[in-house]
Design a protein around this ligand. Sequence first.
Ligand SMILES: NC(=O)c1ccc[n+]([C@@H]2O[C@H](COP(=O)([O-])OP(=O)(O)OC[C@H]3O[C@@H](n4cnc5c(N)ncnc54)[C@H](OP(=O)(O)O)[C@@H]3O)[C@@H](O)[C@H]2O)c1
Length: 332
Amino acid sequence: MPDHSFQHLSHSRPILVFGRDGQVGKVLQVGLQSVRQPVIFLGRSDCDLSNQNELVKVLHKYRPQCIINAAAYTSVDVAESESELAFAINAKAPHVMAQYIVHVPDGVLIHYSTDYVFGDTQQRSYLETDPAGPVDQLSIYGQSKLAGEELIQKAFLLQQHSSQEVDLNSLSRYFILRTSWVYGDGDNFIRTILQRAMKLEVLQVVADQFGVPTSAAWLAELAEILCLSKAESGIYHAVPDGEISWHELTLFLINEASLMGWPIKVSVKNVSSMQTKDALLKARRPYNSRMNNAKLKQLLSILAPSKTCPAWQDQVKSYIAAYTPTTIAAND
Ligand SMILES: NC(=O)c1ccc[n+]([C@@H]2O[C@H](COP(=O)([O-])OP(=O)(O)OC[C@H]3O[C@@H](n4cnc5c(N)ncnc54)[C@H](OP(=O)(O)O)[C@@H]3O)[C@@H](O)[C@H]2O)c1
């Protein structure tokens, strides 16, 4: 059994980031450069999060004040046959991080979660107060991420019940940032569509799933703001304003890239729509991935008004503009 007794830890210093090489992790490496606290970035080769003993050792070694967990098992379809691994990385590892951070005065855990924790129980956009699940309507990935959320909250609840140990004014906090359709420097829908649109004359895209694309760069900024804040613990829906289907998003990408002079082969009229059920994917996807961001907006209006939830269109346009057709095609 891993040694989870973190009680003896006193003032810990650095910010520790897991998931250095992922989409969000890569931008965190840039954004956190200006923070005065030391920051340590760890990739899979530094700490395999499927191994709890290794994680515990790493936490004892670096004694972080703040943990930003941008690592996750994100292969949604493969997870259907790798349930144990998905739960180890997405549920048990964040639990260990939370069990550590609750013993750190003023400690902060920032953890990213997903729209996949919702099982199509609502027609409107989900609020943080809406129940997640039901579990039998979630993919394994969604179940493992939901278990991660629950275990983090459980560790913090236990802290509240045994708070003799910690000064109430310096109780540690957690932020679970639920997001959707993330794009940054990595494999993602937007990059894939731009690559295909430059190669193919016909595309077929799912039209019955609705959500909102979210920039990894903005998600990293949120972590930077929150880890230095005194904001209240909780779940926050971290998505920009607006909503769209994958099919409509494809049309938007083609239009924008064409306007920017990219050599797009496919014309908008040759992008046909299809239904999720015909995509024959292993894992179940939510049809409704829309999440209400009012709670986060309210918080940002106090902490960082200039960083409030942008319109998704602005973020996507900036993302395309930051690349060239050659750099996007090179990652194909
Ligand atoms: N991508 C999306 O569309 C999306 C949507 C909703 C929520 N989210 C959530 O947002 C967060 C960030 O997503 P992202 O798109 O940045 O993910 P990503 O690009 O897939 O990066 C995940 C990172 O986790 C690392 N990782 C995986 N298994 C590991 C292990 N056993 N030990 C240590 N590290 C491990 C990966 O390492 P390697 O680089 O070595 O593979 C990778 O760098 C995640 O919590 C994800 O669940 C993502």
